[in-house]
Ligand binder design. Structure first.
Ligand SMILES: Nc1nc2c(ncn2[C@@H]2O[C@H](COP(=O)(O)OP(=O)(O)OP(=O)(O)O)[C@@H](O)[C@H]2O)c(=O)[nH]1
Ligand SMILES: [Mg+2]
Length: 249
């Protein structure tokens, strides 16, 4: 049964992010989970269909054009690309789904390395699941969001490229998408809109990261201040624990 749920568009309470990006550095490109760097820093990852604007959004948030490579050719990002922000947290540009070339056309529609990263990366705090705001719900996006829900991956939805269509069309497409996924959620996921061209949505998305980092720091302080024989170890475990899915965004 599909339940109709009105779209929730988050503006992070109208607050400006207290965070500024003072440094944005490319770390590495990893072909799979096992070759990703250590899990010492919280990660925020971008996923979505090929060409939806993942790399562009990463650059927009980082405030650095050309940090992640952007291309009009779908399927451009092929590796797990990791960038460190402010020396304290990471943005992760993932290969998109929905694009298959040549001999690989009939293989899995969704990159196995990406699936493993999303399911098993313990320092993954939040996934930004990108959807093209100019399109009616695409089967592949609906299936992917269901996959995220089934695998308890914490995520928010981000509707991209809002500069390309009218606000009314963006809202209509968000409403249609939300209705398609409603049956999977007791509480629908938070929804944001953005444009890498106009920078619309930057403050709100940085606000999500800022709140997440604040929660992680508070958790670490609480754990390390406990009377424990091994506080360092406990703090490390707390950092690795995935965030509570009932968070307000
Ligand atoms: N008008 C407009 N174009 C955008 C926006 N974001 C991305 N694009 C364009 O869309 C194309 C794809 O952008 P990418 O950021 O490379 O998309 P991607 O999701 O990383 O693509 P893959 O790596 O192939 O999966 C490029 O030509 C971008 O310039 C946006 O907000 N507005
Ligand atoms: Mg890309």
């Amino acid at each position: 049964m599909v339940v109709s749920v009105p779209p929730i568009c988050c503006d992070n309470g109208g607050r400006l992010p207290s965070m500024e990006i003072s440094s944005a550095i490319f770390d590495c490109s990893s072909p799979d989970l096992d070759s990703c760097p250590d899990e010492s820093l919280p990660e925020f990852a971008f996923i979505g269909r090929s060409n939806v604007g993942k790399s562009s959004l990463l650059n927009m948030l980082a405030g650095k054009d050309g940090l992640a490579r952007v291309s009009p050719t779908p399927g451009f990002t092929k590796l797990i690309n990791i960038f460190t922000m402010n020396k304290t947290w990471r943005l992760v540009d993932l290969p998109g789904y929905g694009f298959a070339e040549g001999a690989k056309k009939h293989s899995a529609r969704f990159n196995k390395a990406v699936a493993r990263y999303l399911k098993h990366r313990t320092n993954l705090c939040m996934v930004f699941a990108l959807i093209d705001s100019g399109l009616e719900p695409q089967e592949m996006d609906v299936e992917f969001v269901e996959w995220l829900a089934r695998n308890a991956v914490p995520f928010v939805l981000v509707f991209t490229k809002t500069d390309k269509v009218t606000p009314a069309m963006v809202q209509a497409n968000i409403a249609a998408f939300t209705a398609r996924i409603a049956a999977w959620f007791e509480k629908p996921p938070a929804i944001f809109t953005c444009s890498a061209t106009t920078e619309q949505g930057r403050q709100e998305l940085l606000g999500v990261i800022d709140e997440s980092m604040t929660a992680i720091r508070a958790e670490q302080v609480a754990v390390t201040s406990e009377d424990s024989p091994a506080p360092t170890r406990k703090a490390q475990e707390a950092r690795k624990k995935r965030p509570d899915l009932s968070r307000p965004w």
